[in-house]
Design a protein around this ligand. Sequence first.
Ligand code: SF4
Length: 698
Amino acid sequence: ALSVPDKKVDSVCPYCGVGCQLTYNVKDNKILYVEGRDGPANHGRLCVKGRYGFDYAHHPHRLTKPLIRREGMPKTGDFKMDPDRVMDVFREATWEEALEVAGGKLARIRDTFGKRSLAGFGSAKGSNEEAYLFQKLVRTGFGSNNVDHCTRLCHASSVAALLEGIGSGAVSNPVMDVTLADVVIVIGANPTVNHPVAATWIKNAIKHGTKLVVCDPRKSDLARSAHRYLQFKPDTDVALLNAMMHVIVSEGLVDADFISSRTIGYAELEQNVAGYSPELMAPICGIDADTIRYVARLYATSKASMILWGMGISQHIHGTDNARCLIALALMTGQIGRPGTGLHPLRGQNNVQGASDAGLIPMMFPDYQRVDNPAAHAKFEKAWGMKLDDKPGLTVVEIMDAILRREVRGMYIMGENPAMSDPDANHARESLAALDHLVVQDIFLTETCYLADVILPASAFPEKTGSFTNTDRLVQIGRQAINPPGDAKQDLWIIQQMAHKLGLDWQYGHVSEVFDEMRHTMPSIGGITWERLEREHAVTYPCAVEGDPGQSVVFTETFPRESGRARFVPADIIPANERPDAEYPMVLITGRQLEHWHTGSMTRRATVLDAIEPDPVALVHPLDLSAMGGKPGDVITIESRRGTVTLYARADDSSPRGAIFVPFCYYEAAINKLTNAALDPYGKIPEFKYCAIRVALG
Ligand code: SF4
């Protein structure tokens, strides 16, 4: 007989940034099934991950005891993922012993080698409160700003451009505004796969007359429903976007009033795009001049045009320049500050917005208050009652390099898996293995855990309560539905115990106490109380004072820059760091697939999702596949200058010829061994979306 739940618990989906609300149906501490709730972002809808991706929480691989590395066990960067082998490498420990070893040794490294010899990675999968406490622990307990998380690998370049241009890194309008737009441009994003419920709102908008323009080297499902699809060549974003701006300027389609009253720097932008005519750019980007002109006119002249983008824009060494162009497009046409317009960098993880807001980044205190700004620095020294470092810390990739220089010697990683997610993963693994001391807090024995000295068993999403901020700036409550297994503990408890070992006297009780401290240091959420979140489930920020309904559309009157005006920043073409050549003639593009989430630690342990996509695959254009003498299902080997993986080929004509797409969730074929760690100089984001490879059958 079908089990009947004995309780229903309202929460949010643990996966993407859309932030769908859901209900866990629970019996005997087990989630039976999940239903969609009528939340502002999803109105009852869920995608396959949200609906079926929950039983990872009950998987037998869950870490249930603290583990300490056995004496003398070598740390090998390359390994077979084998949880059965774990007790050869680690031994079980009590929490008391594990915390003493974990925190005690970090404290000794700090005291011996200085405050900047430690670093921490928090997680966009954790709650706002966990992110806040984690960064506070690094800043006050470790004593430096060496704290970062996967935002560095995601939208760091978009945020750099947005902060520079319009003074805020968050979206200007919610996804749902696509239903109010006449024209929507989706560029460098594949929402059907990565933000599936958001994609359904875009498709709804199309049905009601919105014209969708998709610009992407890969032909996504959404491109098939588009009014125009621009399959530009990989790495030519700036050429295409500058050509569109050239048309808007040369044909007098700019919004002169908006430019003169609300922006600065237009003259330099205008001068720069003069050299980027569609005719000149067409052979570079692969889009004919007439189409560029048509799309530019369409965007500029509609009553309301909106731009959404993803990692295809951000994960380049010119990611900041790509985003600068999108910002300039919106500013020169006045397509921002009204419903149905604006800029929406689609956030990846369910709490990457909130974790960044909460200060899990090396150059900013919570709410993007710079650590080297004297007023912000003084404010946080007063709030936290101690001296703080005023030098921005190292970013994700910089920390890996600093480890090999022996500048960083100890790390605390909560819920991130850099052994899989960092670019040039062999290098990242070598760095992690070179640490004097690595503490990893997670729910599974991830690839990063294999390199740890101490592993602290943490809580899965449904096992704790906290707030999470979605891509729309909606702060929502995720509620505890089940208890953690065995001796696994809640992350907030673990962070506090670690803080004690580092000499901090923290006594937070309920999660709401952390949230309350946050809102008193973060003006953007100052008006959101925990009681209100519990009552309303979701509140949008900025929400300055209690009673403020929250602003879903921002920049209506002014931009949050000192002058109140947005700033144009021109961009020129900068080629990818590693171009194809005779030796490595093809291009690798990495990303996600619908059924699996990031490094796969959760979704590959979710029964339904793993059944749909069980094996590592590369998406290869059918003509490229047959040119190499292969057929769908054949095994291929992909090699870059940094590594090699072997996996199955899937014929897929959405990939352009000469480019291969591989998801980064498969440990057996960890594609980030191949990717290039070259960084965008502003956002410090690596170039995941472009590197040179060669491919062979077998
Ligand atoms: Fe979860 Fe995103 Fe799917 Fe919604 S669209 S159910 S938030 S993965």
